[in-house]
Design a protein around this ligand. Structure first.
Ligand code: FES
Ligand code: FES
Length: 900
């Protein structure tokens, strides 16, 4: 059997004819072909077979005999492809980049026959390919305009520094650079939510299968059989002992020759299971007491923020609302399932793979492996999306252990089902909220209680339970406030971090109740929010005031003309339409950047090589959000050099200082400040060497020297003649930044964050009252980012966040044991997007680098409530339980008509 791959005939040899084409292509050097699902759901494996776009994971190679197969590797020099790639770069159409090869392949298939595709034609052509990061709009713009891309009008709108790698399919993700001789690791997982198990005769089973090189379980753990992202709460075993408490929990691993550990072989693994009763929701779990017997009522942690006197506020309010809401588990659904490999480099164990938190991974591995800091290195691969879940370790201990015992490289690639079963989810929430306002619309009291299903282990449950009471008010002044939360264990996959740490769930309740209360008070919803919005020198729910940088009112005011137009258009439409009703809804957000009242430092290193090269050691994981670009921009700005003069060294734990985890919207703010301080310190050092003017000097790093132009004077520092330190630098600076916060007291009063970012989304949509379907028309999003270091990346974050908010509102629901793949678990496709308009507000923050604020979590929070408010505005249907899918909308609509 012969297949012509990128113009080269490849003989199939003894490859089984049923081999997936995607696997065959990857085995033959085409790593641009990504595998996100192996089921035809994600489209990441798209290639051209005889010129036609196809999902290569669904094609056995037997069907390709004599066929011509093209992958991105073969088209990188094609003029049409190069136009598409250039356009992707200019529009910032790639974030994590894992879907990008498939997107440009699909784009090529369209554009080669249709050089001027319309918006709709692009949507139709790319309908089968999922992107979890970008929100698709920049991908569409890039393809529609690929003949003549229109550069972003904003100043400083630099493209991603790593865009070339991504658009050409050259970025190497967790599964892409595995050594040829690596052994494969497969995990034996619990098939039940709750079960006891006992191993059979493993040695005998292994003896029958010569391709198996080792089998390991809890008894083989070298150090602690325990991990967790918050050390005092660490409770999750690497391998369960005797009992599993969620479906998908690991009990053992099998290591063998790559490709030979088939499902059929692993089904014979000698283990006996006894299924036990399981509780999947908090209410029965609080009574069951059998998940974590040492945690009373299975309650992991409680949170509370209180100020003023809620009962007094209740008495003084004229209008009241009281309602309940619930949201389900949400799966992160990044297109790259967890993957990595471990190898020995001398006596150092190096763990490669996708992650959001290399230093935290290393800390956990040191405990599990019982190895000192200088014997373990975490070397992150490119990360194909994370959104919070890749903060927790998953695959890392397994490959580390396998490599430790077998003294050879070992790798693992999670299947989609394995990824969805075993990794963290967004906490399901059950929220009750009561609030009231006076005649003028001023909120008098706010009484919130949220129960969060935190799953089997702690993960980020404590963070969610503590963040929510702080943020539940939204960016509004509320004099009498009580917000309580509980994180409750159940027999489900651990709930963890997902863009917003519980705040998107609480915002659904808060923003819906705002609209209901505004209606009762007879006040327009936008006006109601303006009346109650926080401002400078106004205390938050935790009693913290900011003298500057509170930008919520500016966001609300910026939306006024859009809101007015949208309401007018919806009213006009609704006058003549009885079946399709249009509605307009608002949702707002605030979000504290960085850890809550905790140390939260980032460290950055910069140095100059003897050849004059300026190097930035940047440890903030870029998971698609653009920290490689933004941190380099900040360093360049503080150094007062062009970004092109800076060479980047990424976050490998042995060469780059700890810049903390990529979470909590902290990298632009915290690591950005560390970069600013480091660049300023190094610049100062250089200027002092030649006694040059600090303000005006222009620095040039090249050709074995630094050239400093100070007015009319030019100074030269011959870097090639300076002594070199043990890291190869002649000049160096290292600086750390830790945001100033203060602890919270027993009532949750204090200064939990040094900065907040703010935003408001205005959603326009229509509801089909026959089918309950929603058509999103337009989302206008105003976000206060302090200062947009890179407006192109701001727009990309906003669009991506909106689409994840759309998923939360309308379609996503992870049901443990059921929706464990990407055809049962739906995420938004390119066909679901509304038009998106981003309005950037810049209210400088006193602590942010050049005034900048974080943005990553903020962008998701307002979308779902804006959608729910728009549905209510369109047809009066009040949705209390997400997702608001068609059946739920129809049911609610009919219930409401019956009760009317
Ligand atoms: S990997 Fe082929 S469609 Fe997902
Ligand atoms: S850029 Fe599309 S999945 Fe990340």
């Amino acid at each position: 059997m012969t297949i012509t791959i990128n113009n080269r005939p490849i003989d199939g040899g003894d490859t089984p004819p049923s081999t997936r084409l995607s696997d065959f292509l990857r085995q033959n050097g085409c790593q641009s072909v990504k595998v996100g699902c192996n089921a035809g759901d994600c489209g990441a494996c798209a290639v051209h077979i005889d010129g036609q776009l196809a999902c290569s994971c669904m094609v056995p190679i037997a069907q390709c005999h004599g066929a011509r197969v093209d992958t991105l590797e073969g088209l990188n020099n094609d003029p049409i492809m190069q136009k598409i790639q250039a356009s992707f770069k200019i529009y910032g159409a790639s974030q994590c980049g894992i879907c990008t090869p498939a997107m440009v392949m699909a784009g090529y298939a369209l554009c080669k026959n249709n050089p001027t595709p319309t918006h709709q034609q692009v949507k139709d052509a790319l309908g089968g390919i999922l992107c979890r990061c970008t929100g698709y709009e920049k991908i569409i713009a890039a393809l529609v305009n690929h003949q003549k891309p229109i550069p972003n009008p904003h100043q400083h709108a630099l493209v991603h520094v790593d865009a070339d790698q991504k658009i050409c399919g050259l970025s190497q993700y967790g599964a892409d650079a595995v050594p040829n001789n690596a052994l494969e690791v497969k995990i034996i997982r619990s098939p039940h939510h709750h079960a006891q198990f006992a191993f059979g005769d493993i040695a005998q089973w292994q003896g029958k299968h010569p391709n198996i090189k080792g089998v390991y379980s809890a008894k083989d753990i070298l150090g602690a059989n325990k991990f967790g992202v918050i050390p005092p709460f660490a409770d999750q075993p690497v391998f369960a002992v005797d009992t599993t408490i969620f479906k998908g929990e690991a009990v053992a691993m099998v290591v063998g020759i790559a490709g030979t550990l088939t499902p059929a072989l692993l089904r014979g693994f000698p283990i006996e299971w006894r299924e036990l009763p399981a509780v999947l929701t908090p209410a029965p779990a609080k009574l069951a007491d059998n998940i974590h017997p040492k945690r009373d009522g299975n309650i992991l942690v409680r949170g509370f923020v209180g100020k003023g006197d809620v009962e007094q506020g209740r008495a003084s309010a004229q209008f009241h609302v009281s309602d309940n809401f619930s949201t389900p588990f949400i799966e992160h659904a990044y297109i790259e399932p967890e993957a990595g490999w471990a190898e020995w480099q001398g006596d150092i164990l190096v763990v490669h793979g996708c992650t959001q938190a290399p230093q935290m991974d290393k800390d956990s591995l040191m405990e599990i492996m019982n190895m000192p800091a200088d014997k373990i290195v975490v070397a992150p691969s490119a990360c194909g999306g994370g959104f919070g879940s890749k903060l927790d370790i998953s695959f890392q201990p397994y490959i580390a252990l396998a490599c430790y015992y077998l003294k050879t490289p070992c790798f693992i690639v999670y299947s989609r089902t394995e990824s969805m079963q075993s990794t963290t989810k967004r906490h399901p929430a059950e929220i009750s909220l009561q609030m009231g306002c006076d005649k003028a619309g001023k909120i008098q009291y706010f009484d919130f209680f949220g129960v969060f299903n935190t799953g089997a282990y702690a993960s980020w449950g404590p963070t969610v339970a503590n963040r929510v009471p702080i943020h539940a008010s939204g960016p509004y002044f509320i004099p009498n406030y009580s917000a309580r939360s509980e994180a409750v264990h159940t027999h489900t996959a651990p709930s963890g971090a997902f863009r917003g740490f519980g705040v998107p769930q609480s915002a659904v309740a808060q923003e819906r109740c705002f609209d209901m209360l505004a209606e009762r008070a007879g006040i327009d919803p936008l006006e109601f929010r303006i009346i109650n919005a926080l401002d400078n020198n106004m205390p938050t729910a935790t009693g913290q005031s900011f003298t500057s940088g509170v930008g919520i009112k500016q966001c609300l005011n910026a939306l006024k003309p859009h809101y007015k137009r949208a309401v007018k258009e919806a009213n006009e439409h609704n006058k003549t339409n009885t079946r399709i009703k249009r509605g307009v809804g608002l949702g707002s957000c605030w979000y504290g950047c960085g850890n809550t009242s905790m140390v939260n430092p980032s460290t950055i290193k910069m140095g100059v090589r003897p050849n004059g090269q300026l190097v930035l050691h940047q440890g903030a994981m870029d998971i698609g959000q653009g920290s490689n670009t933004v941190i380099t921009q900040i360093a360049a700005r503080a150094m007062q050099v062009d970004i092109g003069q800076i060479a980047l060294v990424g976050p490998r734990t042995d060469v780059t200082p700890d810049a903390g985890k990529t979470s909590a919207s902290r990298q632009t703010f915290v690591t950005g400040n560390a970069a600013r301080l480091t660049a300023m310190a190094l610049r100062q050092k250089i200027l002092q060497m030649v006694n040059a003017d600090g303000e005006r000097s222009i620095l040039q790093f090249a050709d074995g020297q630094i050239t400093i132009t100070d007015g009319k004077q030019t100074h030269i520092i011959k870097t090639s003649q300076l002594p070199v330190d043990d890291e190869g630098y002649v000049l160096k600076a290292i600086e750390t930044y830790d945001p100033p916060t203060k602890p919270l007291d027993k009532n949750g009063q204090g200064e939990p964050y040094a900065q907040y970012g703010y935003g408001v989304h205005l959603m326009e949509l229509s509801v089909d009252l026959h089918y309950g379907t929603i058509q999103l028309i337009k989302c206008t999003a105003a976000h206060d980012v302090g200062q947009a270091i890179n407006p192109l990346l701001v727009e990309g974050q906003v669009a991506g966040g909106i689409m994840q908010g759309v998923g939360l509102a309308l379609m996503e629901e992870f049901i443990p044991g059921k929706t464990e793949n990407l055809h049962d678990y739906l995420i938004p496709t390119i066909g679901d997007i509304p038009q998106i308009e981003t309005i950037i507000i810049e209210e400088p923050d006193q602590h942010g680098p050049f005034g900048a604020k974080g943005l990553g979590e903020h962008v998701l929070i307002p979308t779902a409530p804006a959608i729910l408010n728009a549905i209510a505005n369109a047809c009066g249907v009040a949705i209390h339980h997400l997702p608001a899918n068609p059946s739920q909308i129809i049911r609610a609509y009919h219930e409401q008509r019956t009760s009317a």
